[in-house]
Design a protein around this ligand. Structure first.
Ligand SMILES: O=C(O)CCC(=O)C(=O)O
Ligand SMILES: [Fe+2]
Length: 334
């Protein structure tokens, strides 16, 4: 792992073993299925939004590539550069610097509502992350110029992401014929948070998953990945590689949107594995329904996002994985 050994002290101690991830045998269970070559995923243009194209992508894929989104390329590249700089600091410096309201975590993307890593029974995910609740960003007290600069970039990025998520959700609500009553409070910008991830480089000896297969619990998730690639989606019983393309964003339908759409839209299963000898960075945005807002659907018992999240946390702790929407299905034993 050449790149990793250059910068070993920046990694959490558990990642520093040169022969790859711990629990590798267990993780190999997740890599039985082959991944197909990269495929062109549907394109959605935000400036000239086609409701039909959007509808097809949400129904058939549960994800699409967003172009003409209005985020300046310079902001995207500055964010990526800043993330790289912060993650290259020593593990100890990151633990000291990246504190409340942000949180620094590694080995799992599952966090408690306060941002602490939630350790399940299984799996170490081969990643480090920084969790940033956007509404709390103004409370960040820092005199460190590295962090202050990052905060300003994140605030600007967060404003763009709120705009994009709202525009897309309104278009989806139109397509689904949701009345104002049904759609209001189903996407609340103040719930938005950003995850910045660093995935260690892959190697032939290391088949570990950066992030194991899952669906997102959000209404919508918006991913800005670098050129290393490694995001895979599950479609028609196959794993497909999503090609990284500069200045585009990948939008995922999340579990909440699947329920709101009465299962017309798919919360797409996805995973990450870095195959190149390079670190991968991604900056992901997640947005949720307003607190207390009840999701009514013909397919599920009425539930709030808080009910859902509590169930996910319970399952992750006791079973080691998220069961997800299945727990709330009307015709299933929860
Ligand atoms: O890093 C990525 O591209 C995806 C991350 C992801 O799927 C998640 O955080 O839920
Ligand atoms: Fe995800």
């Amino acid at each position: 792992m050449p790149e990793m050994s250059k910068n070993l002290e920046s990694y959490p101690p558990v990642f520093r073993q040169l022969n790859g991830a711990p629990q590798i045998a267990e993780m190999k269970n997740y890599s039985m299925e082959d991944t197909q070559d990269s495929v062109p995923i549907p394109l959605v243009d935000l400036q000239c939004l086609s409701l039909d194209k959007l509808e097809d992508a949400c129904k058939d894929w549960g994800l699409f590539r967003l172009v003409d989104h209005g985020i300046p390329p310079s902001l995207l590249s500055k964010l990526q550069d800043h993330a790289k700089m912060l993650f290259s600091l020593s593990f100890e410096s990151k633990q000291a610097l990246l504190t409340s309201p942000m949180s620094y975590f590694w080995g799992t993307p599952a966090l408690t509502p306060s941002g602490a890593a939630l350790r399940g029974a299984l799996n170490i995910n081969w990643l480090e992350g920084l969790n940033v609740p956007l509404s709390q960003l103004p409370q960040l007290q820092t005199e460190d110029p590295r962090l202050d600069g990052f905060r300003r970039l994140l605030e600007e990025y967060g404003r763009h992401l709120s705009r994009i998520a709202t525009t897309l959700f309104e278009a989806m609500a139109k397509n689904l014929n949701l009345g104002p009553k049904q759609s209001e409070s189903k996407l609340d910008e103040s719930t938005g948070f950003i995850r910045v991830y660093r995935y260690p480089p892959g190697s032939l000896a290391n088949e570990a998953w950066g992030m194991i297969a899952h669906t997102d619990s959000s209404v919508l998730s918006i991913v800005n990945e670098d050129q290393v690639g490694g995001l895979e989606i599950f479609k028609d019983n196959k794993w497909l590689l999503v090609n990284p393309i500069p200045n585009t964003l990948i939008v995922h339908i999340g579990d909440m949107m699947q329920a709101i759409s009465d299962d017309e839209y798919i919360s797409v299963k996805h995973r990450v594995r870095v195959k190149k000898q390079e670190e991968r960075f991604s900056i992901c945005y997640f947005v949720f329904p307003a607190e207390g807002s009840v999701i009514h659907s013909s397919k599920y018992k009425p539930f709030t996002y808080t009910d859902f999240q509590e169930q996910v946390q319970k399952d992750t702790k006791t079973l080691g994985y998220k069961v997800g929407l299945q727990r709330f299905k009307l015709d299933a034993d929860a």
